[in-house]
Design a protein around this ligand. Structure first.
Ligand code: ZN
Length: 92
């Protein structure tokens, strides 16, 4: 199936390839980048440019040209970006 599809793409011109690329992009879940950073609160130390507290994980991903940041927490865990967006939307 995939072989056949890949062979077919050779027949496409640049414009068609771009359209295909866009179409495939819309079908793919966004790529997630994980980052660890200390969180800052309102305490004196943080306000004065201190280190912050602990190391917390955040997940970043771009979806529909918008970058989203999801708080992951202390433990390492993989998030499902689209599920997280749904959860966020429900909280509103
Ligand atoms: Zn603090």
């Amino acid at each position: 199936m995939l072989d056949k599809l890949m062979r077919e793409t050779k027949k496409l011109n640049l414009e068609e390839l771009r359209n295909l690329h866009e179409y495939i992009g819309s079908k793919l879940p966004p790529a997630v980048v994980y980052q660890q950073k200390p969180s800052k609160c309102g305490c004196k130390n943080c306000k004065e440019g201190g280190e912050g507290h602990g190391k917390y994980r955040y997940a970043y991903f771009t979806y529909h040209n918008k970058t989203h940041c999801i708080y992951v927490g202390k433990e390492k865990r993989e998030i499902n970006p689209l599920e997280e967006l749904e959860k966020k939307a429900k909280r509103r």
